[in-house]
Ligand binder design. Structure first.
Ligand code: URA
Length: 227
């Protein structure tokens, strides 16, 4: 078991705060020069659900908090529609400083910033990750198209990843908004399935099984979520 698996909630909170402090000082790429505040992410250190967006926008840059503008209001509605509060989940972004004029993040900026997100995921160890938009989707499913895979949870290691369109895109297109709302409604069943997956992967293998070679886990689409 990794040491992180044995950390108390207080230790995890402290480690997340220390990542947040690093993000606020970060100069690993030029984005900090144009930004007002770094936006590390926020939420419960033991969240079962982690939501990952693209990058801070204007409001997030002012406040240093993720998803506090129009897209954030919509995200709040989506969470409430499945009975979740913001403080029960963890909300983060791939990129922690706002790109100028909200332009797309560049590959070198993503590469510089990803270690922060990786550390957050490792610490929080969520059962379900909801990716919001194509940049966070690409972290888990490189080469995929959001139009093809949105709304279908897939296994990634020991957790499930539910790729969604970005809420900001949905705000500009009524049909996409309905799609995002429908996709989001799958979250409770995905969470139930992820708990079963966690229980199954934590259980010791029966004696007869232990002698067999075990294939490495591959990202696998679960039948329950197909179609
Ligand atoms: N869009 C994002 O991707 N992240 C935010 O924090 C806000 C808007």
């Amino acid at each position: 078991m990794s040491q992180i698996g044995t950390l108390s909630i207080e230790d995890k909170q402290e480690a997340l705060q220390s990542i947040a402090a690093e993000v606020r000082q970060c100069q690993r790429c030029p984005l900090h020069k144009f930004a007002i505040k770094g936006v590390p992410g926020e939420g419960a250190a033991n969240a079962e659900v982690m939501l990952i967006g693209e990058a801070p926008g204007w409001h997030e840059n002012q406040q240093g908090r993720p998803f506090v503008g129009a897209a954030g209001q919509f995200l709040g509605e989506l969470l409430r529609s499945v009975g979740l509060r913001r403080d029960e989940v963890f909300i983060a972004n791939v990129i922690k400083h706002r790109p100028p004029e909200n332009r797309d993040p560049q590959p070198d900026e993503i590469a510089a910033c990803l270690p922060y997100l990786d550390r957050q995921i490792e610490l929080i160890d969520p059962r379900v990750i909801v990716t919001l938009g194509r940049f966070s989707m690409s972290k888990f499913f490189p080469g995929e198209r959001i139009s093809r895979i949105h709304g279908t949870a897939r296994r990634h290691g020991n957790r499930l990843v539910l790729p969604l369109y970005h809420p900001a895109a949905a705000l500009h297109q009524a049909s996409l908004r309905r799609t995002v709302e429908e996709d989001f409604r799958r979250l409770p069943e995905v969470l139930v399935e992820s708990r079963k997956l966690a229980a199954a992967t934590a259980a010791p293998a029966p004696a007869a099984e232990t002698a067999r070679p075990v294939a490495p886990p591959t990202p696998k689409q679960l039948g329950l979520f197909e179609g």
